[in-house]
Design a binder for this molecule. Structure first.
Ligand SMILES: C[S@@+](CC[C@H](N)C(=O)[O-])C[C@H]1O[C@@H](n2cnc3c(N)ncnc32)[C@H](O)[C@@H]1O
Length: 456
């Protein structure tokens, strides 16, 4: 089986390819880098990362032992080799485990189960298949059957399909059905829980659902770095503008030792409930989450109660982990996004950035991040902010474990400013170089600013 590269719609691919331009940079042909990017995006990162609850009653070392036990119980029940949990060498609250794969010589079962694309991508990161993700299953599938699982690449499979699936599919591994076809599609109440236990996935990684939820939070490494870069302190007043499901919110509150105030916004009650649920798993009292449109966060006449909107210069630190095209997410073998959708993000991000600058105290810190690799949502937004708001300046990031800002032909950013940006670019992953937890992660971008005077 040959592993695919990420397939993008032609117009979207053209936009991204133009960012990576056909030129030479540091002696390397950037076109090669674009192909490497598409290949790297189609496979999962080689490591699974966990952020540790440093406010828990047990030490990080004790949590490491518990986590290793938990993962190895999972692996033993699936007949997989033991895993070793490692500590990150510079981030004291990070533990990680190396995944394995691709295992491409698995024998396919005659019984094929078709799952949605998102579900298939989660399987590649270690998940079992949940009943809701199953689109098609053989007519005679019973609990206990060995099955092969395929992701429906183009979303063409109708729910309940029982015949062979004719559309494009991508094999993600073998497993054991834990539910019959009848209970999946014919029962009165929709089936819930694990539908297929993935005993031989193409990539072996820990299943993350409910893994020691009171002491670890599975999180991509650049996301952990992002809250460290914000560097919140106890008793700060912090705004996390786009916060659900609360990965960074809970990290910020933990770094503040749960002292001070962390205001978190997201759109919609359901998303806010996820922030609240994650905060309560770690018993974090400093988090207050609101369903609120962050483009309206700041109002001159707001009274300063801890309810939105807020008056200008209210917050010590603001995190804008912006809604974005998500093109850094891995694995992703097919993306339906059009160039038009891609171009819808920068205007929204600018509205949010403008609000963030107004809300920040003089001397305060703004961190802007995305999980995408486009210049338009990253370096170009930095150019725009520095131009429109001379009251903010780029600041040094600590830790700075990723690359620097990308060079591109008409960039207005100085060499010095590009160096202050932190970019995790899977396109930089040379197929022959060693994979580390820091270089083999999702695509991500971080910019840190300080506000040096009031907005004029
Ligand atoms: C990248 S995700 C945030 C991830 C989150 N920071 C974390 O670490 O768990 C971006 C979020 O922005 C939210 N969002 C989009 N538009 C928004 C708006 N106008 N106001 C507030 N949140 C918004 C989305 O619902 C989504 O949850």
């Amino acid at each position: 089986m040959e592993w695919p590269s990420l397939h993008l719609k032609a117009d979207c691919k053209e936009c991204l390819a133009s960012d990576y331009g056909n030129h030479t940079e540091n002696g390397k042909n950037v076109h090669v880098q674009f192909n490497q990017l598409l290949q790297a995006l189609a496979v999962p990162p080689s490591f699974t990362v966990f952020r540790v609850n440093t406010l828990a009653s047990c030490s990080t070392e004790e949590i490491k032992v518990q986590l290793e036990d938990e993962i190895n119980q999972q692996y033993a029940s699936r007949g997989q080799h033991r895993a070793v949990v490692e500590s990150h060498d510079t981030l004291p609250d990070v533990l990680y485990v190396k995944n394995s794969g691709p295992h491409l010589n698995l024998k396919n079962s005659a019984k094929a189960v078709i799952v949605g694309l998102q579900c298939g991508m989660s399987v590649l990161r270690g998940s079992d298949v949940f009943a809701q993700g199953i689109m098609g299953a053989p007519a005679d599938m019973q609990s206990g059957d060995l099955v092969s699982v395929y992701a429906d690449i183009e979303g063409a499979c109708k729910k309940g399909l029982k015949d062979d699936f004719e559309g494009q599919k991508h094999f993600v591994g073998n497993g054991i059905a834990r539910i019959s076809r009848h209970s999946l599609f014919k029962s009165e109440t929709p089936a819930k829980g694990v539908g297929i236990e993935m005993t031989s996935p193409v990539y072996v990684a820990p299943s993350l659902s409910d893994i020691l939820p009171s002491v670890v939070f599975p999180q991509n490494l650049p996301s952990v770095i992002c809250s460290h870069v914000l560097d919140p302190e106890p008793n700060d007043c912090v705004l996390d503008m786009c916060a659900a499901p609360g990965g960074k919110t809970t990290h910020i509150a933990t770094l503040m030792r749960d002292q001070g105030l962390v205001i978190a916004f997201d759109k919609g009650q359901n998303r806010v409930e996820r922030i609240q649920s994650n905060a309560s798993k770690w018993n974090l009292k400093s988090v207050r989450a609101f369903p609120y449109d962050a483009t309206k966060s700041c109002a001159i006449d707001a009274d300063g109660d801890p309810f939105p909107p807020f008056p200008p210069e209210y917050f010590d630190r603001v995190l804008l982990d912006a809604p974005c095209s998500g093109l850094g997410q891995r694995p992703s073998v097919f993306n339906k996004m059009s160039a038009r959708e891609l171009s819808s993000y920068p205007p929204l991000q600018r509205k949010l950035l403008a609000q963030a600058v107004h809300l920040l105290k003089v001397g305060g810190v703004l961190v802007y991040s995305t999980c995408t690799v486009t210049h338009g949502e990253n370096e170009r937004q930095v150019e725009w902010l520095l131009r429109e708001y001379p009251c903010v300046k780029l600041a040094k990031q600590d830790p700075h474990l990723g690359g620097t800002g990308a060079h591109f032909p008409d960039s207005q950013l100085s060499e010095e400013n590009l160096k202050l940006l932190q970019r995790f670019d899977p396109g930089d992953l040379d197929p022959l170089s060693a994979r580390t937890v820091t270089n083999d992660c999702i695509g991500f971008f971080i910019a840190k600013f300080v506000k040096t005077e009031s907005v004029r």
